[in-house]
Design a binder for this molecule. Sequence first.
Ligand code: C2O
Ligand code: CU
Length: 511
Amino acid sequence: MNSINRRHALLAGLGIAGAGALAACSPGSGSGSGNSALVGPSGSAVAAAEKKRTSTGRQQKLTLTAAPAMIDLGGGVMPRTWAFDGRAPGKEVRLSVGDTLVAELTNQLPDKTSTSIHWHGIALRDDMDGVPPTTQAAVRAGSTFTYRFIADAPGTYFFHPHVGVQLDRGLYAPLIVEDPKETLDYDDEWVVLLDDWVDGVTGTPDEVFAELKQGMGGMGMDGMEDMGGMSMKFMLMGAESDLLGGDAGDVKYPYHLVNGRVATDPNVYSGKPGKKVRLRIINAGGDTAYRVALGGHKLTITHTDGFPVRHQEVDALLVGMGERYDVLVTLADGVFPLVALAEGKNANGLALVRTGSGSAPKATVRPKELDGVIMTASQLRAADGVRLTSAKTDVTHRIKLTGGMHKYNWGINGTPFDMNDPDAHPILVEEGQRVRLDFVNDTDMWHPMHLHGHTYQLGASGPRKDTAIVLPKRKLSVFFDADNPGQWMLHCHNAYHGEAGMMANVAYREN
Ligand code: C2O
Ligand code: CU
């Protein structure tokens, strides 16, 4: 019996199809079907790594209930969606570095939908990473699961489910880990959460995925003009962006939200002229990169993906799905648009900064800063304190990004990932190794590549990040220290590409 069949047989035998690997093997053993030499999520190495994390001993307890809800996006837009505790975005979670988060998730989603929570960007213990069936059994409808972990690195993060395309519903919220020894000097902060919105307006993310999965193959390239007749309700054609090297995205979104508000009825930040504000910008979108600028202001980039960089002044930022940027701005006097241009999609999200009198700009305002100086992540430098020590690389993995729109067969190294057989093609590492990943983008699209449980460094001195844009037909080398044993997803943070199979399992071998 091959490993896929064996796994299915085991699960069927237990009467809990889809419940995952944990049910199928005893805690502490290697996880999965064919590969007992891998560190499992409940292995002793995982507990040992958690022990090494600096803890305040303080617990932050909260409950999160995932359930259907009608939410108010402003401007009379009130879609039905799935949300945490009836609101989307969910309520911000804030910890101090070293605190233990104790989050009890209750699943009240309809139609026997199982779910999970992934704490995006946090290097936490593997069994709390929220990836069924690899790191835990899926949280079934009607049941509860408690996440409990130490967050030992400060920064700007967020959380979302790691099941199907639930990320593109309303199930997301910011997660901020504060540093009591913060050295950055600012007066106030403002979390700016970006999201592309379809759910409950033109359809659901599951319907979007079903349409995309049909691919463009059936139509033939000559048939492109006929596409209108092929009922392409969600697929976006001809989204072009120079910054993204061509095709910008796959999905038509009726709205682009900043802090859960549509552009015609924006969120307003009120402050005083001259004050210095830290913006924590998070792209929680499913298929949209945002070009972000604040009219009349320069932005000083201080962090990306939670980690500090050498400060860099820019006019605008490009933020891929799953990426975060922290910037400082010194507020001018008046009313200013914070615009999140849906890159290549000819649409935008909007919020306002108000420090004085003035009338609000139009929802479609395009401040000139959007076309000013933009620095992408590969032009930034890690701050001195977080640069990786120089060390020889112990292992290099070539991560070829493969597939395309034609068959919607996005994959890694030619194989779409199979969630039911997560150990089939592991990217093997060992604790203590310096690992190099060479992303080789063989496709015609850009991909924001996210690694769980680690913060890699771009090149020899680039920023520390957990999500980085890899442009079409280009290469990107990243380095990390294998210091967090377990099994960790490495995937495109385009919700639809990831779900189609552009995902792999970076698995620690027992050593
Ligand atoms: Cu934002 Cu695999 O995650
Ligand atoms: Cu992708």
